[in-house]
Design a protein around this ligand. Sequence first.
Ligand code: NCD
Ligand code: ZN
Length: 346
Amino acid sequence: MSDTLSLRRPDDWHLHLRDGAMLAGVAPESARHFARALIMPNLVPPVVTAAEAGAYRDRIMAALPAGSDFTPLMTLYLTEESSAEDILAAHGSGLIAAVKLYPAGATTNSASGVRDFDKVREVLEAMAEAAVPLCVHGEVTDPEIDIFDREAVFIERVLDPIRRATPGLRVVMEHVTTSDAVDYVKTAGAGLAATITTHHLVINRNHLLVGGMRPHYYCLPVAKRESHRLALRAAATSGDARFFLGTDSAPHPVDAKESACGCAGCFTAPHTLSILAEIFEAEGALDRLEGFTSLNGAAFYRVAPNRGHITMRKGDPVAWPARIETGDGPVTLFDPGFDLHWRVEA
Ligand code: NCD
Ligand code: ZN
C-alpha cells in the first residue's frame, strides 16, 4: 500500500472558532489544513443577524496568519425572533452558508435557541423555498429524557415533524452520535445529510467514564455505547455522500474542562486529519477519505470542491502537543489513544 495520500483540500462543516484571544489561538490550527469551515454562531451573545455575521467574519479574517487563504463560511443562530428577510438576504449575498438551530439549553451557549418550534415555522418555510440549509443540533432538552436518548428522541419528536411540515427544507443533522441518526439519514429522501465528528469515530461512553472521569472526552452530544460508534464508523467510511466531516472542534480553556461542572467540547482541529487517516486506513477505506473530508459536504452545500490538494504521508508516529497555548489559557488536544502515523505535509 502506498504511504502517500493526496486529498482535495478539505472542508470542516462544523467548527467552533470562538472570539477574541481564543479565536486568535485556534484559527491558525484550522487554517493550516482546511480550506474552508462552517463557523458555528454560538458566541455570547450569539451571531443572530447578518450584520453580526459580517462583523464576526471580519474578526476571523483578522485572526488568520498572513497569506492564509482559509475561508470561513458563516452561519446565523436561529432564534424565535429571527427574520426570514435578513436570513434570505444574508444567504443571497453569499455571507452565510446555513442557519443553525439549537434547541434552547441543549448545549454550550444555547440559551437563546428555539423553545417553541411553531414560532420558526415561517422562517423555515422561507428557507426551504430559497434552499438555505438548516444545521440542526439534534437533541431534545426535556429533563425527563435520559441524556443518552436525547438524539433518538429528537428525531422522532422534532426533526421528523419539522421535515414533514416543511417539504424541501435542506437539513444537516450535526455531529450525529447514534445508529438511530445514521438509519434516519439513510432512509430519508433527498435533502438530509449528517456531519460526523472525528472524536465520535474514536470514543464511546466507556472512554468518558471507565477508570475515572475524563473531562476532555466530554462533548455534546455525549458519546454513546460502542454499537453506535461502530455505526458512525461504518457510515463515515461507507462512501455514502450523505455523511461528511464536521469536526465540531470546540476549544475550552483547560480549567473550564477540568472543573466541577466542566464544559462540553473536544478540541481536534490540529490533528483531525491524522486521526481520520488512521481510522480510514484501519477500516480499509483510505480511498474514501477524500469523499468524507473534501467532496461530500461541498456537494451537499452546492459549492465546488476546493482547488488544490494536500498530501499526507505515512511514517513514524506523529508528535502532537498535549495542549496549545492561547491568550485565554491552554487548550488540551483530544487524545485518540492510539499512535498517529499520517502527517499532512507542509
Ligand atoms: C460545543 C461548544 O463548546 O460550543 N460543544 C460540544 O460539546 N460540541 C457546542 C456544540 O456543538 O454542541
Ligand atoms: Zn458544535
